[in-house]
Ligand binder design. Sequence first.
Ligand code: THU
Length: 133
Amino acid sequence: MPTSLELLELAAEASQRAYAPYSKYQVGACILTESGEIFSGANIENISYGATICAERTAIAVMRTAGNHRIRTIAVHTPDQGWPCGICLQTIAEFVIDADSTKIVVPSLNGFIERSLRELAPHLWSSDLVKKK
Ligand code: THU
């Protein structure tokens, strides 16, 4: 099983493949699934800025398209050690078993910092009125 630092290295590699001609801010994400598979993604911008896809959601699209849908850990590399945005946290939540055991990892000066999805997003949108099919 890869370590958090190894996942961060893969996220940093993925960030090199970002398409970020507008912000020049390259982000990479690397997912470790519950079954031990790894999927990476980078941010993909668009001249119509709102069409931009964050690195985390690109990685999730790759994961889901490969037939996997359970995130255990997601490592995120940004130029300034940022955490995933709110839309990405909500999207991560769609593909986890539970928010307490799902880990989000970002680099720090001493290595890395790890937080649960629940810690970063304690009030995720979830309603029994909206049913999954
Ligand atoms: N971005 C991500 O890839 N992930 C996030 O969680 C937040 C922001 C991207 C979007 C845009 O291409 C660039 O970072 C600058 O906001």
